[in-house]
Every structure is written in C-alpha cells, then in structure tokens.
Design a protein around this ligand. Sequence first.
Ligand SMILES: [Zn+2]
Length: 333
Amino acid sequence: MAATAAMTFLMNTAQAGVVFGLPAAGLQGGIYRWDAAPRVINGNERSLDGGLRYSVSGGSLNTFRDQFSWTALPSSADFAAAVQSAFNAWTVVDPTTGLGTPLSFVFDSNSSVAGMTGGGVNTEGAEIDLIAATDATFWNPGNNVTQGETWFGGIGAPVTLTSGVPSYSFSQAISGVDIYINSNPGAVYSIDLFRRLLTHEIGHAIGLGDVEGSINPGAFIDDNFNASNPAATLNNSWAALVNPLDPSGSASLARYNIGGAAGAAGVNLLMESNGLGISAANPVTNLQPLTNDEFGTRQFLYPMLSAVPEPGTALMGLFGLAVLARRLRKPLR
Ligand SMILES: [Zn+2]
C-alpha cells in the first residue's frame, strides 16, 4: 500500500505533465492509474467500470456546501452545477487532437466519506471522497488559505489500460482517493474559485501531479520543453504523441525539469499548484480550464486509440451511406 499526497496552495504556490509513480529516471515506472477493467480492492469496487464514484462529507451537496465560508452563498443549484462542472471538465474531448476519454464520474449517495483527521488517505468510502476539513496535512485549525490537498492509495498491481492493454507493466492501481478542502471559517470561497480548486484536485484524484519544478522536479512529461521559450513549449499539444498501447514507451516524449517555468508569462496550466493557472487567458470563470498539457497527461494515463470523429467526418460518413443506399437501390429501377 502506498500513499501519495498532492497539495495546492492556491494563494501561494502550484506544478505540467506530471504523474505519480515515476522512478528516478525515465517514464517506465509504476504509474498510478485507475484500472479500466473491473476491480475490487479490499472489498470495494475500485475501477473506471461504472464511472468513478464520489461522495461528500455531510452526505449531500447542500450539507457539503454549508461547511465552507462563501463570499456569497451559492444556491443549491449553483453549487451542484459547480461540482458537476469540476468533474465534467475532465471528461470533454480534447479540442486540439479530438481525443476523448472514457472517464466519467457519478455521485454516490450510498457511500459515506472515509478520511483521516489531520489529512492522509483512507481508501474506504467512495472511490473519491470530497471532505471539508479544518485540519489536514498542509493546514491546521485557524488557517485561512483557500486550498486543497489530495491523497490517494495504491496497490502494487498493474492495471488494464483504457486502450485495452491488459496488465500494463508500467502502472499500478489506485485504491481510493481523499480530497480535502480547507473549511476553516476564515477560508472564504467564491463559487468560481471553489470550482477551479476542485477541478485541480480532481486532476490529482485521477493521477496528475502538480506542475511546478519546485514540487516535482524532473518529473514533467513533454515533447519539446525549452527553458528559453516556456510559453511556446509548455503550451503546445502533445497528446497525439502518446503511444496508446505503451504510454511509457512513447518515442517522442521525455522527462524535463522545468524549474520555475510554470510561472513564466503565458504559461497558465490548471495543474499549477500556485494559482491553478488562473489568468486572463484562463480566467477563474472558465468552465473548461484544461490546457493542452492536461489533455496530454490525461491521454498518457488513460490512452484512447483514436480521436472522436469531427462533425465534418461524420457528415462525410452519412454522405457515403447515402451514396451506397442509392447504389443499392439502383438495380430495382
Ligand atoms: Zn495540486
């Protein structure tokens, strides 16, 4: 059993293509993923099968909401929409490559959250537990920073990749996730900030790490990072360079130490622990804050074999069908 933590200091600090479980060098480690094949760990269903189930402390979205302080209390509908948006952000088709995802998330009202006082992972509960906490690993009672931290457990067993590869060597199964969000009364959230923070923490819950070189030095996966031009080389799309049958063997990807480049002008990645990528180019109101880097890392962890057809392609398909139908009808004339 291994436990891994990822933290977010929204007001202070954040980290690009970072995953958990990389060895000292290279990409071929026991990288943490949710299993694409049905799996039970310690009696609990723990896989992408049926969607990743999440529960909230308090048991309902309203009681969860009411554990936090707000600049303006969101309505039940607005809060529910914000939580839904945070999960949905991870399920959309990558607009640049057309690569989709099998990830889905479902609210699990049957499982009570199971966390740890003072932070840390308890793999019981739902697959992802969302917990309001005044006392976690990275904050104590009285702390007023709007922040979250995410812990997950794993077992040293390989998973089936979403591309269908069984028992993929360079992987290990996630056994449960706890997301803690600071609920001290002095940590005051706007609904937009809460949604962005939760979206970032959900990234950790599926295996993405913080981007900053100060947090995960040397662990950034990219195709072309160049310290003298971080804005161009950290923002370009590389999801299509992932080998879906062997992500850790992707010939065009490598690890980089990006140092402080995540803080460079024009680099606004959701998985930056410092600031969550919030910027004029990626505003806190953005319901789709994933950038090329997060889409690339998602494809690395949960590879898809091919892109979703674009509308133009689908129309061509229909046109082809119509032509075929006419041909078939022809002998009848
Ligand atoms: Zn983080």
